[in-house]
Ligand binder design. Structure first.
Ligand code: UD1
Length: 417
């Protein structure tokens, strides 16, 4: 197991470059096998989730060459094999191979995906979408078997605007016959990024980023060059850290519009932000006004920033509230933050924070990726040393987190125990 040790209350100053988006990359890599020739994806973060997906592509027979931030994939020798269970279980996004292999080979067999335990995480909407396109689905207890003689465009209404289902249906529909409409589609920037990638390959997708996506099926897709958008959740996490302990703390390579739900809330709380065209500078203050947030689909307040944001409420003078509406198990960081000195009451999916609180270093557990990010933020603001266990969760999603924070003055190290 890896642990992280952080000595808190250092003033962080300097610049952090934001990496490519994890949640785009984890869809773009599986989507690559839809092309008939080489694709190059630039700005893919070096995190364990992308490593595992590259391993899966290689298992299927793709040639994957990684040169710093670019990944070149030759998908022409892809075979339709069952990805081993141990690999599939390593992350949630392995389910994107379902849509991609179904689209390309019209048949896929896959073990259930793994990933953070932040909720039940069903995939019924993905499967209903595949069925609408003409596939039949059987489940042998451990695996899904999805088969189609041919895929035909269909009008699909999503009961929930699911990110995963929207992307997976796009992957299956780009090579289907005729026109597909995805109604009540999710509008996250990662979906637009994936649609642009597929269009660069020759797909015909319109409306990505709105709630109605229209896809005209094509017969084949060719190679292309594509760039991953900056990670808006990594951006938000570092801005929150800046608001806790930053001084002239700059994050760059960002798309400020993608983090507007966060930055407008921070401005309301009195956080000192300078928002440029591709950068944001934060200067921390000793205290902020209390705030209430409710997580929503994009462009609302992102559930993935709810956990790191909670830490900032320790600096707020009075009562703040956080309501989680997407994942029923996304409050696992709260007991850890209480151990560090925060005063929190929980009632169902609403947490009430009584601030201000003095944070103190102690031993805490990272239960999932963004809970881990919240603990890093708390540890940087806390007095004394914090030890975070199960750091593997954090390394799944934050490229070079130790190096990036060390460069701006943090006292942080990872140890293997
Ligand atoms: C993606 C992100 C994750 C983020 C989430 C919401 C990736 C790899 N992960 O997850 O970081 O927290 O979006 O912004 O991009 N649902 C169903 N049936 C389905 C699919 C989803 O009921 O078939 C429900 C889920 O249980 C959840 C809600 O819909 O309550 C949203 O899930 P979804 O948008 O699909 O999240 P993911 O794509 O898994």
């Amino acid at each position: 197991m890896k642990i992280m040790k952080i000595k808190g209350q250092e003033r962080l100053t300097g610049t952090i470059k934001i990496s490519g988006a994890k949640n785009s990359s984890v869809a773009l890599l599986p989507a690559s096998l839809l092309a008939d020739d080489d694709v190059t994806i630039c700005n893919v973060p070096e995190i364990t989730d992308t490593d595992v997906l590259c391993e899966m592509l290689e298992f299927l027979g793709a040639d994957v060459r990684r040169a710093s931030e670019s990944v070149v994939i030759s998908p022409d020798k892809i075979e339709n094999k069952i990805i081993p269970k141990e690999l599939t279980k390593k992350l949630r996004a392995s389910y994107y191979f379902m849509g991609a292999l179904l689209g390309k080979k019209k048949h896929v067999e896959m073990y259930l995906p793994g990933g953070c335990s932040i909720g039940a995480r069903p995939i019924d909407l993905h499967l209903k979408g595949f069925e609408s396109l003409g596939a039949t689905i059987t489940n042998d207890g451990e695996k899904y078997i999805v088969d189609a003689k041919e895929l035909k465009g269909a009008h699909i209404y999503l009961d929930i605007a699911s990110v995963g289902a929207t992307i997976n249906i796009m992957l299956a529909a780009v090579l289907a016959k005729g026109k597909t409409i995805i109604d009540n589609a999710a509008k996250e920037p990662e979906i637009v990024n994936v649609a642009t990638y597929l269009n660069n390959m020759g797909a015909r997708i319109r409306g990505a980023g709105t709630s109605e996506i229209r896809i005209e099926g094509v017969q084949k897709l060719h190679g292309c060059y594509h760039e991953v958008i900056p990670d808006r959740i990594e951006t938000g996490t570092y801005i929150i850290i800046g608001a806790l302990v930053g001084e002239k703390f700059k994050v760059y390579n960002v798309i400020p519009e993608h983090v507007e739900a966060l930055t407008s809330k921070l401005e309301e709380m009195g956080v000192d932000l300078e928002i440029g065209s591709d950068y944001i500078i934060v200067n921390s203050k000793d205290s902020y006004k209390p705030a209430n947030i409710k997580t929503m689909v994009y462009p609302g307040f992102p559930t993935d920033l709810q956990q790191p944001f909670s830490v900032l409420l320790s600096k707020c003078m009075g009562t703040s509230k956080v309501e989680e509406t997407i994942w029923e198990n996304r409050f696992m960081h709260l007991p850890e933050l209480e151990k560090m000195g925060m005063d929190i009451e929980r009632s169902g999916m609403v947490a009430t924070f009584h601030g201000p609180n003095k944070l103190e270093g102690t031993e805490v557990q990272a239960t999932d990726l963004r809970a881990g990010a919240a603990l890093v933020a708390a540890a940087l603001a806390a007095e004394g040393e914090t030890t975070i266990y199960n750091v593997e969760h954090i390394l799944r999603g934050y490229e070079g987190i130790v190096e990036k924070l060390t460069d701006v003055g943090a006292k942080i190290k990872i140890e293997e125990i």
